[in-house]
Design a protein around this ligand. Structure first.
Ligand SMILES: NC(=O)C1=CN([C@@H]2O[C@H](COP(=O)(O)OP(=O)(O)OC[C@H]3O[C@@H](n4cnc5c(N)ncnc54)[C@H](O)[C@@H]3O)[C@@H](O)[C@H]2O)[C@@H](O)CC1
Ligand SMILES: [K+]
Length: 474
């Protein structure tokens, strides 16, 4: 499991760990890991031009100490000190001893122009979101010259505890983070600003409490993936009811059922109007059309807005069975819900539910998902490049698999089917949502291999993703 903690949790753990160690040990560990990661990125240090942007806190200290190591290994290291009088004294002395240079204010533009790599040591977990003008100016120069950036601990300027990114902020190629992941490195838009995240172990783990956010890894997914036993049959593996599609939107029915068939449940029933039912029958002969016993429901994709569909949604929600509500179905989710319910909105749908602008949800993803989970007393899966799954009790997971090619029409319909199948097979809404989005993202990557895909390709590739993940566990 990849886990992330809040700044308060990290500060407390660091204090406890530091009390057991000689002064400076943690910063030394951090700087060593950082220097190694930079050398890896550059493919060698000899002759490389490295520019440090150092703020006045320990984040700048990490960058300066790492710079000293890189200078000793043959790199040309320059440092821009944003507040020279308050720069980290130990780090600065080490850099100077190793032959590093402080860049005079008038030469900043030249220093940026000749850098192969920038180390962002402006602020770490002690920073406020956004950048002060002097920092923002240097960051703008770096962007103008297109120099790759390694962020120290976090990309400076992001909100570390939420992943929100009030401008300006650093956009990194790699973020080298210490001790544990920060929430803002896993949740968008912060996750996008962080680039590839590399975690350096500084010995913090034994002191860390329960994480504030986690991301399932292949082995965690493998543990949760249902698989039939020798004595299983279709009913014991779970039967999923899919209520999706309408005369207007027939494709949603076909795709949601396609996703459902790719999951672990033993059988799928389709309930809906004649026209989409005929398409479903023709495309998926294994599906039983019509009401009958099920263990879970998926309701919503392509239902349309006709008033009688509201009754369908409330009937399913009143069944006492686990229910996934998607897309148009979300319009009919009114009061507080009971039982095992998974709501799967995208940003626009969640904005409508919360009666706010879409932009508000896009910039405050975690907060919006938490708010909805509390308000409707249901687990909320907020779709996006980093999909979030949040329970009403506040447990939060983020999915990190996928490719931008997955953002294609009908992709959400397939996701609803996959997650519904996992619900029918007995997973909780939290597991069904997080395992389902992992599978969906991984299937998208496998199907795409860097090229465009259609939603059906995702459904078709889920069994391959399933096999590969199960192979991890054996
Ligand atoms: N505490 C520890 O045990 C360890 C801390 N480490 C490093 O220390 C960092 C935390 O250091 P600090 O607590 O000194 O804080 P930071 O270095 O993160 O930032 C605080 C400094 O930045 C300035 N600042 C705040 N917001 C700003 C903004 N928006 N724009 C420009 N400047 C701003 C403040 O005036 C203050 O001087 C971590 O992120 C990590 O890099 C590591 O060395 C590992 C060990
Ligand atoms: K930083």
């Amino acid at each position: 499991m990849r886990t992330a903690h809040t700044v308060t949790q990290i500060r407390a753990a660091e204090a406890a760990l530091m009390a057991t160690l000689p002064e400076g040990t943690l910063m030394e560990r951090a700087a060593t890991g950082l220097a190694v990661a930079c050398a890896d990125y550059l493919g060698g240090t000899y002759g490389a031009g490295i520019l440090i942007i150092a703020g006045s806190g320990d984040n700048g200290g990490d960058a300066l100490y790492a710079g000293a190591r890189l200078a000793r290994r043959g790199a040309r290291v320059d440092a821009i000190l944003l507040d020279p009088a308050r720069a980290h004294a130990g780090g600065l002395a080490a850099l100077r001893d190793a032959g590093g240079q402080v860049v005079p204010e008038k030469s900043r533009a030249d220093a940026v122009a000749r850098a192969d790599l920038v180390l962002d040591g402006i602020v770490g977990i002690g920073g406020k979101p956004g950048l002060r003008p002097a920092a923002a100016e240097v960051v703008a120069l770096v962007e103008r010259h297109g120099v790759p950036v390694v962020a120290v601990d976090v990309p400076s300027g992001i909100d570390v505890d939420t992943g929100e990114t009030p401008e300006p902020h650093v956009r990194a190629t790699v973020t080298v983070t210490f001790g544990t992941h920060k929430i803002g490195l896993l949740v968008d838009p912060g996750a996008t600003a962080a680039g590839a995240v590399h975690l350096v172990d500084i010995g913090l783990s034994p002191y860390l409490p329960e994480p504030a956010l986690s991301a399932l890894q292949a082995e965690d997914v493998a543990e949760r993936l249902p698989a039939p036993e020798r004595t299983s049959q279709k009913y014991s593996r779970g039967v999923l009811g899919v209520m999706a599609g309408s005369t207007q939107y027939t494709g949603a029915a076909v795709l949601a059922v396609g996703g459902a068939l790719a999951g672990p449940a033993g059988m799928v029933r389709y309930v809906g109007p004649e026209q989409p039912a005929n398409f479903v029958r023709a495309r998926w002969p294994e599906v039983v059309v019509g009401e009958g016993r099920v263990q879970a429901w998926v309701v919503g994709s392509g239902l349309g807005t006709e008033p009688h569909r509201a009754e369908d949604v409330s009937r399913v929600l009143g069944s006492g069975l686990p229910v996934l509500v998607d897309a148009d179905g979300l319009r009919h989710v009114l009061g507080r819900l009971e039982g095992q319910v998974l709501l799967t909105p995208h940003e626009g749908e969640l904005a409508r539910m919360l009666d706010v602008e879409r932009e508000e949800v896009a910039t405050h993803r975690l907060r919006s998902a938490r708010e909805a989970a509390r308000r409707w007393n249901a687990t909320v899966l907020l779709k996006g490049a980093t999909t979030l799954v949040v329970t009403p009790e506040g447990e939060a997971r983020v999915n990190t698999t996928g490719t931008p090619w997955v953002g294609t029409a009908g992709s959400g319909d397939v996701l609803s089917g996959i997650c519904g199948s996992l619900l029918a097979a007995g997973l909780s809404p939290l597991d069904a949502g997080s395992v389902g989005s992992y599978l969906h993202g991984m299937a998208g990557v496998l199907a795409s291999r860097g090229g465009p895909i259609a939603a059906e390709d995702i459904a078709r590739t889920v069994p391959e993703a399933y096999r590969r993940i199960r192979a991890v566990a054996t």
